[in-house]
Design a protein around this ligand. Sequence first.
Ligand code: F6R
Length: 595
Amino acid sequence: MCGIVGYLGKEDAREIILNGLRKLEYRGYDSAGISLYKKTDNEFMIYKDKGRVAHLESITDFSYDTGLGIGHTRWATHGIPNQNNSHPHQSNTKRFIIVHNGVIENYKELKNDILHQTNFYSDTDTEVIANLIEEFSHTLTVEESIRKTLTLLEGSYALLVIDRLNPEIMYAAKNKSPLLLGIGQGGTIIASDVMAFVGLANDYVTLDDKSFIEVTKDGFIIKDIIGKETPYDIKTIDIDNFNVEKGEYAHFMLKEINEQPSVIRNIISKYFDGDKITLNGNAKKMINDSDRLYIIAAGTSMNAGFIGKEMFEKMAGIPTEVHIASEFAYNMPLLSDNPLFIFISQSGETADLRAVLVNIKRKGYRSLTITNVKTSTLAREADGYVEIFAGPEIAVASTKAYTAQIAILSILAMHVSDNTHLNLRKELSKVAISMENIIDKKEYIKDIVKEYLTKRNCFYIGRGIDYYASLESALKLKEISYIQTEGFAAGELKHGTIALIEEGTPVIAIISQKEINKNTRSNLYEVQSRGAKTIVISTKAVKDSSDLIVLDDVFELFSPLLTIIPTQFIAYYAALERGYDIDKPRNLAKSVTVE
Ligand code: F6R
């Protein structure tokens, strides 16, 4: 994970890098650092510490002009978050200064084989890179030294390198970790995400794996690892600056929960012409040509995948399996004859998914990515992609991307089904209105949280599609409020887990389906008899007078699009009540680019 930003040009590098790091903080926020060129002293200064970008800003000297620098915001992989392990790191003589996102898998071997004379001052794998460059620079040019170093690295890296002896140039390199180059009016910016360019550069270049880049005040050259210049495409940024600001909301998460009705309407406008689905590209053909779908995802996106499975099977009759990416990558099940792999990923950068994509491509299988970021690695490398149009999701806890993914999965399932009766556009429009009805009642949900969520643990239960919604509801609550929460198949509790229910344990049941209404309610009586404090989230068609949250009736496979919203608010208010950092929960990062 981690986010990196570098700038060389006529504008204020410090402002550009700090601003970029703020936008990339979602990628990790254990520590932050920056190195800036101080022209008056012909010296590179380094500021770094454990903590957030706001803290880095407070320790950075603003008193001099600077047009060159590199910065980093960290999600710790090697070594605890402290000042020593913060980036930038330097080579032994301090000549080379680098920031790195990724994991160097063979760093111990490189230390033992080549750098046995070198001193190391941190626990990171990154210091090895700086010292290899220095080691080779005794006999090679700097460019050759960096490229030689790259040939030895196993693993992933997005790197920015500065040579103290040449403040006219910034070097960059990329393999597996994301890195993009922004072309601004006054200079060149290189960063882990296009977000860092917003307001600064309109055009950008997506860098390929094994690229090596030299940036000077006159522009940039992109080469491959051998040193041969490579062609590139220039694209235009289409992110609205407004979309990456909190505006009137206290937190991005609250903003993003509230945005869900407009995301659904946006998806309708992108994928429908009247009532007709207008999905371009090869998605329909790829699905029709396959005999089984394999949805590969992680976390919230996997929970959306479970709803997708229901849709593909129930609406289109296509057998569908859902797999945890990190498991599938190294323990593949027996596959059908014509599998299609569907990767669901908000960021499009999740390393666990990429490992599967690389593996299945090698075997010649077809792939489709469903993502919020069309410039992402998974979108570029799959055979096709479908964009979810949720707009930038900044809060680490995913909300609007989940509902957008489900909406897109329904459109795909409908697109390949024979059903001529269901008016999907109309059903999605109804969902948007019903979402607004819940959002209007958020203050009421806040009161429920105060009264019911008083313990260190909690359960969400449901059956069928409500069970899948329970999994996502539980993930939301645990990741931001740190209340230990399990999403459980309602009927399975009594087979062991019910032992955890004691006086006052909150159990939240999701009930939206007629066929399982009675069964889930029986499971509720079982936990109530053992002291649980129960909350029911139901829909009008199945409601009981004692249910605390009753939602509109919608097309039954769409119920998770509604039932999830009160649970997102439950998570939000539980975290708010406890005073936690809602948008940046501990130990997490938005884009998980390490396996
Ligand atoms: C939880 C959350 C994560 C992500 C997971 C996959 O709120 O956001 O569980 O869903 O890390 O990320 P993407 O969707 O970017 O592949």
